[in-house]
Design a protein around this ligand. Structure first.
Ligand code: NAD
Ligand code: ZN
Ligand code: ZN
Length: 388
């Protein structure tokens, strides 16, 4: 089959690789009809996530048609159309039983590597390094889906792929970011107007936020944010903390959602140089400027929800500010399986059409171009969907 492979820093390439096979009785094989490039893939592309190997198949946002099932998969049949959630989860361990699917205790065969770094291992993920399982991803013609009786959501015919594809990751991720922080009537600030930030903004409104304020530096992304109903701040034009205080009568937003991740760009050139140098020297894994800003901007007693991805250790982290302001911090890889069905129902009810984030539709063969424009924010790119 054809698949988009990680070939080293800033290099992906569509290669011919072996077709996936059923390895366990609970596996299914899915023929992929739509897949997408995520901001998380950019962290791999840029070389910030360890334990990638040349030739690894990328991608964790995908959907398609079931073409083969293992003997123990009873609730899926060949021909079913499914969206696949990005965390691989057994559905039966201590964490899965509590809805904490992204920290499934049974799905990472390389847990020992993750334990060295984190103490305990999170779930295995598709196309996201050997430390997180070494599973082949879904930017491909086919994928093996483990625990196929737990994760995939069946989709009736008639709904276009583009309306449901993002149930695999970014819609639930943005929603969880809001769900962990937003109460009705809140003023919500969202750092990052990429796909995750945009879904966090829409979700904050779905959850009853009174106002949402979007922060980014790309005007074309801020215009998309405004389309969700958000007010906007361009952090290259104004000081974010000052602007947020001004917009909230000095109090600060009630809830702050960070949807940027470990490659944040800092408006301040000194901070930018500091983090870039430390990151390049491997003295910190993150450039955590958006988290720092969120902690400083949040009102006392408010909640900061961190949805951006991080890999290890951050420097100059405002721990005392967080503590003295009495903030609640919530975070995690998204527990996608918990949110898929309720959000699918919101799509069916017409409350949201997730396809609004898409800017580019490309054949799988053009994945390298997709990565390049998404990373460099060219051609007003907000989200690339790839068609195998
Ligand atoms: P993206 O790269 O398209 O968007 C990030 C946005 O942040 C960009 O528009 C960028 O201009 C903006 N930004 C950079 N520095 C900023 C700053 N200092 N202040 C405000 N905005 C700033 O990526 P995305 O697909 O939207 O993903 C965002 C993050 O979410 C990534 O780190 C990704 O890995 C992570 N993610 C996490 C989960 C999860 O389960 N927790 C799931 C999916 C994605
Ligand atoms: Zn993702
Ligand atoms: Zn589990």
């Amino acid at each position: 089959m054809r698949a988009n492979c990680w070939m080293g820093r800033n290099k992906v390439s569509v290669e011919t690789v072996p077709d996936p096979k059923i390895l366990n009785a609970r596996d299914a094989i899915v023929r992929i009809t739509s897949t997408a490039i995520c901001g998380s893939d950019l962290h791999l592309y840029d070389g910030y996530i360890p334990t990638m190997r040349k030739g690894d198949v990328l991608g964790h946002e995908f959907m398609g048609e079931v073409v083969e099932v293992g003997q123990s998969v009873t609730d899926l049949q060949v021909g079913d159309r499914v969206v696949v959630p990005f965390p691989i989860s057994c559905g039966a361990c201590y964490n899965c039983e509590r809805g904490l699917f992204s920290v499934c205790e049974n799905s990472n065969p390389n847990a020992a590597i993750a334990e060295k770094l984190m103490g305990h291992s999170p779930a295995g993920l598709y196309g996201y390094s050997h430390m997180l399982g070494g599973f082949a991803g879904g930017q491909a013609e086919y994928a093996r889906v483990p625990f196929a009786d737990v994760g995939p959501l069946k989709i009736p015919d008639g709904l276009p792929d583009e309306q449901v594809l993002f149930l695999s990751d970014i819609f639930p991720t943005g929603y969880m970011g809001a769900d962990m922080a937003v109460s009705p009537g809140d003023v919500v600030a969202v750092w990052g107007a990429g796909p995750v930030g945009l879904f966090a903004m829409s979700s904050a409104f779905l959850l009853g936020a009174e106002r949402v304020i979007a922060i980014d530096r790309f005007d074309y992304r801020l215009r998309k944010a405004a389309g969700t109903g958000a007010e906007t701040i361009n952090y290259e034009e104004v000081d974010v903390a000052d602007a947020l205080n001004e917009m909230t009568a000095g109090r600060g937003p009630d809830s702050c959602i960070e949807a940027v991740g470990l490659e944040a760009h800092a408006g301040n050139p000194l901070i930018e140089a500091y983090d870039r140098t430390k990151q390049a020297l491997r003295q910190e894994t993150e450039r955590p400027q958006a988290v720092r800003e969120a902690i400083l901007a949040c009102r006392t007693g408010g909640t900061v929800s961190i949805m951006g991805a991080y890999g290890g250790f951050a420097d100059k982290f405002p721990l005392g500010q967080m503590m003295n302001k009495g903030l609640t911090i919530r975070t995690g890889q998204c527990h996608v399986q918990r949110y898929m069905r309720p959000l699918f129902e919101r799509i069916l009810a017409g409350e949201i059409d997730p396809s609004f984030v898409i800017s580019h539709r490309l054949p799988l063969e053009e994945a390298p171009r997709g990565y390049e424009i998404f990373k460099n924010k060219k051609e007003d790119c907000t989200k690339v969907v790839l068609k195998p």
